[in-house]
Design a protein around this ligand. Structure first.
Ligand SMILES: C[S@@+](CC[C@H](N)C(=O)[O-])C[C@H]1O[C@@H](n2cnc3c(N)ncnc32)[C@H](O)[C@@H]1O
Length: 276
């Protein structure tokens, strides 16, 4: 996100950026201040391009599980009529403490069972709040768990982002059903995904019983493309389009023939409602 007109001095912006102990997204807050997020600014901009986000002029947008809100602010800057950013889980985490203690248990503990889960205080929302303040943004924030929140109250949106989220869901199919209910035109889904060689025609999901995927106990599932697109159609979307698929594993057909290990990649698809 490139900074919009800011009413803060460089010193104020630097102080506000430094007041957030952990940034997930690297945000350009103006005056040359780019927050030191887990996701570099260039990666985020590259993802935006690769996800082939449609023209947002005049569209309503929902960003589900927005964290620091980079995609929501980017949608606003792209001319969306209105943008809503929803999250709860990481907003509830005391991120400084969480990351300090992340890997210290013999047996990983679900994050919401640690003392660093503070849903009444929402310490992990600070990055979003600071960015919105400094960017002078009108993005509407909704504190809610997408799996349990009242969807009728949330409403329906022309374009819905469901990025970096599916694999955290205990019930991914149910989450896509809920996604279909809030999507008027198109949902953009980005997720950890798998290729199981020679089983590409089967709809498969890998399951992670603990923290096998990226040392992260909050990761449960990774579908292959057939399962991901099939879940979308079964949830009521009319059609899907894969915008980021797996990289070819090798140019050697001979080597590929003997390749049996499951490969991981990040997939992105568009899921369209009937008529779009
Ligand atoms: C990897 S971040 C993705 C952030 C942003 N959408 C992006 O793509 O850059 C995962 C998001 O999922 C949310 N989430 C919801 N339920 C979760 C759960 N059970 N475990 C972990 N994260 C969860 C977090 O709050 C967080 O915002």
């Amino acid at each position: 996100v490139q900074a919009q007109q800011t009413t803060y001095t460089a010193e104020q912006v630097r102080a506000l950026a430094a007041s957030v102990p952990n940034w997930f997204h690297s945000m350009d807050l103006g005056h040359g201040v780019v927050t030191k997020g887990h996701k570099p600014a260039a990666t985020l901009e590259d993802e935006w391009r690769k996800f082939r986000v449609p023209d947002l002029a005049g569209k309503t947008v929902l960003d589900i599980n927005t964290w620091d809100g980079w995609f929501a602010f980017r949608a606003e800057r792209s001319g969306a009529q209105s943008v809503t950013a929803l999250d709860f889980y990481m907003w509830a985490m005391d991120l400084a403490e969480h990351f300090k203690h992340w890997r210290e248990h013999d047996k990983p503990v679900p994050y919401h069972e640690t003392p660093y889960f503070k849903p009444d205080l929402l310490p992990g929302k600070k990055g979003f709040d600071v960015a919105r303040q400094v960017l002078g943004s009108k993005v509407r924030d909704v504190v809610g768990d997408f799996m349990t929140c009242d969807l009728a109250a949330l409403g329906r949106f022309d374009v819905v982002f469901y990025l970096g989220t599916l694999y955290h869901m205990e019930n991914p199919f149910e989450s896509i059903r809920r996604l279909a209910r809030v999507t008027r035109q198109v949902a953009i889904i980005e997720t950890e995904a798998i290729v199981a060689p020679r089983l590409e025609d089967e709809a498969l999901c890998a399951f992670f019983e603990s923290d096998e995927l990226n040392h992260d106990i909050s990761n449960w599932w990774a579908p292959n493309l057939k399962a991901l697109t099939g879940m979308c159609r079964a949830a009521g979307f009319a059609r899907t389009e894969v915008v980021v698929g797996p990289k070819p594993s090798s140019t050697s057909a001979f080597r590929n023939f003997f390749r049996t290990r499951t490969r991981h990649f990040r997939a992105a698809i568009h899921a369209y409602q009937p008529g779009f």
